[in-house]
Design a protein around this ligand. Structure first.
Ligand code: AMP
Ligand code: TRP
Length: 324
């Protein structure tokens, strides 16, 4: 049985693009597969960017609530906060001492961020070693990641090989990346890739009223008058509708727009209704967890306990080799 592990940063409430593009497919995979899976909230990586404790805490809860609301089965997946496993920070230190500074300096992620961010801290520089620790601590075989993380996986294999070579035995498991190539690209309210930084995202967990407001204000439409026929394909409101409506509803909306006498405002109303309908149960669960954070703590604490057992065993092997 293979062990699959992946981490998600807690940088905010997941948006529709994260949910449809990453969270739902990952949950399907982990609930249906025979593999053992580990999924954690990378809240120590988030510390490179987020210095406000209440924001950090809220983000972590929000991410946890989203995964649970969309049906993550914690009987099948070890689900935990990275910061609840201090062994991870310990391993990250050991790895840093085995990895050349010059290699770390080649990380794309560091170069990109150090050009963009105001706060270029030491944590950003050693970020790949913390990520390697996340993976090596649990003897993970496969790591599903986006293309942007491939270099980090290479560094993980590299540092693990160096340690194995030094010890003269296969102390650490070399992981393989699984690139999620065919994830669906979710477009945002302006028709471009949905992303937090473009501010073209939809937060499905807003109240109905706020969601309505978001759709009315953010979803871009042209000025074709209500009576005129309209081309639905390529219009942001129609593209968004397709993600959530049934095939029949999509066909009907397309026909109404093409005929004319049906405005973009009507289409936005249809979109709002479809979002509320489709995500009703998940929104309810999300709100429940956000109002009962003690339940989130309980789930995450139980996950951390399972994770720490594995983590401690790995560290024990390594500590003895290092000479402690
Ligand atoms: P990010 O917070 O941008 O790192 O995204 C977290 C996860 O959501 C990654 O697996 C991304 O590939 C995925 N994701 C983000 N935005 C989109 C989008 N617009 N369409 C599909 N997947 C996305
Ligand atoms: N760096 C990853 C990202 O930004 C998140 C992450 C942290 C991760 N640790 C990991 C992903 C371990 C996979 C395995 O997306």
């Amino acid at each position: 049985m293979a062990r699959i592990l992946t981490g998600i940063q807690s940088t905010g409430t997941p948006h529709l693009g994260n949910i449809l593009g990453a969270i739902k497919p990952a949950i399907e995979m982990s609930n249906n597969g025979d593999n053992e899976s580990f999924l954690f909230i990378a809240d120590m990586h988030s510390l490179t960017q987020i210095k406000d404790g209440s924001v950090m805490r809220e983000n972590t809860y929000s991410v946890a609530a989203t995964w649970l609301a969309f049906g993550l089965d914690t009987a099948k997946t070890v689900f935990y906060r990275q910061s609840d496993v201090p062994e991870c920070a310990e391993l990250a230190w050991y790895l840093s001492c085995y990895y050349p500074y010059s290699r770390l300096a080649l990380a794309h992620s560091f170069k990109d961020k150090s050009d963009r961010l105001e706060d270029v801290n030491g944590g950003l520089f050693t970020y790949p070693m913390l990520m390697a620790a996340d993976i090596l601590l649990y003897d993970a075989n496969f790591v599903p990641v986006g293309k942007d993380q491939l270099q980090h996986l290479e560094m993980t294999r590299d540092v693990a090989s160096r340690i194995n070579h030094q010890c003269g035995e296969e102390l650490l498991v070399l992981p393989e990346a699984i690139v999620q190539a065919d994830t669906q690209l979710i477009l945002g309210t302006d028709g471009e890739k949905m992303s937090k930084s473009r501010n073209n995202f939809i937060n499905i967990f807003e109240t109905d009223k706020a969601l309505k407001n978001t759709i009315n204000k953010k979803v871009v439409t042209d000025a074709t008058p209500l009576e005129a026929p309209k081309e639905p394909e390529g219009a942001a409101v129609f593209e968004l509708f397709k993600y959530v409506a049934t095939a029949k509803q999509v066909e009907e909306l397309a026909a109404k727009l093409r005929t004319g006498g049906y405005g973009w405002g009507h289409a936005k109303k249809d979109l709002l209704e479809a979002l509320i309908e489709v995500f009703g149960p998940a929104r309810e669960k999300y709100n429940y967890f956000m109002e009962n954070k003690n339940e989130l703590d309980k789930v995450l604490d139980e996950g951390a306990e399972k994770a720490r057992k594995v983590a401690k065993a790995t560290l024990k092997r390594l500590r003895s080799q290092i000479g402690y």
